[in-house]
Ligand binder design. Structure first.
Ligand code: AP5
Length: 214
């Protein structure tokens, strides 16, 4: 399966990406994670991306497209991939469509996770993650067994630099202006599938599997 995950910040893209990529045995490629890795390693790309990410703005298309093009040229995507957080603008969507055509690949699905702003704000402000294994928690909805500690490996959980109330507003506004138009874009391509992401995680996951297992 070759699919992309669409949805506002905090809609649940990263949460569901793990289960979907395991279920279909395809690599999970998150542009946000790739940028954060570069920020952590203080690479020139990371330094540039950080100036946008900290403000909740999008990294320029040209940088993101180059990053994804490079990632999709690796052999592990031969049997499919799950893109999380890309594309986020119409030019990025057009670039992805062209990349696929050039490589004789077809994009099978745009999985759109729907959730309203009020819920998203709480999900983002409450999000914590494990810096070691990447597991995502939420102090309100998915707390770890022991406060601040990863259930899997015992590491101290961290909060993302861009997960604060001020940045959430900008990120949501940017989503509405730049990314929401992709819903119509993929509807026209005939590959859009929308899911109610306000439901419990397991329920959303089951609905996604039901839709694509056939
Ligand atoms: P990125 O890392 O992609 O962040 P985002 O899109 O803002 O999305 P999030 O990671 O915040 O949310 P999510 O949908 O993954 O939610 P999650 O599953 O964690 O991008 C960060 C930045 O990088 C961007 O702002 C931009 O600057 C840059 N960037 C990245 N890609 C780019 C691109 N293509 N172009 C330009 N710039 C780019 O869930 C959130 C919380 O909710 C968690 O705590 C989770 O436990 C909880 N939760 C989720 N689902 C449920 C549920 N069903 N029930 C209860 N709790 C739930």
């Amino acid at each position: 399966m070759r699919a992309i995950l669409l949805g506002a910040p905090g809609a649940g893209k990263g949460t569901h990406a793990v289960g979907i990529s395991n279920h279909y045995d395809i690599p999970h490629i998150s542009t946000g994670d790739l940028f954060r890795e570069n920020v952590g390693n203080n690479t020139p790309l990371g330094q540039e991306a950080k100036t946008y990410m900290d403000k909740g703005e999008l990294v320029p298309d040209e940088l993101v497209i180059r990053l994804v093009e490079d990632r999709l040229s690796r052999p592990d995507v031969e049997n499919g991939f799950l893109l999380d957080g890309f594309p986020r603008t119409i030019p990025q969507a057009e670039a992805l469509w062209e990349m696929c055509e050039k490589n004789d690949m077809q994009l099978d699905a745009a999985i759109d996770l729907e959730a309203p702003y009020e819920l998203i704000e709480k999900r983002i402000v409450g999000r914590r993650s494990c810096p070691e294994c990447g597991k995502i928690y939420n102090i309100y909805f998915q707390p770890p067994k022991e406060e601040g500690i990863c259930d899997v490996d015992g590491c101290k959980l961290v909060q993302r630099a861009d997960d604060n109330e001020e940045t959430v507003k900008t990120r949501f506004q940017v989503y509405q202006e730049e990314t929401e138009p992709l819903i119509d874009y993929y509807k026209e391509k005939g590959i859009l599938r929308s899911f109610d992401s306000t439901k419990p995680i397991e329920e959303v996951q089951e609905e996604v599997f039901e839709a694509f297992d056939k």
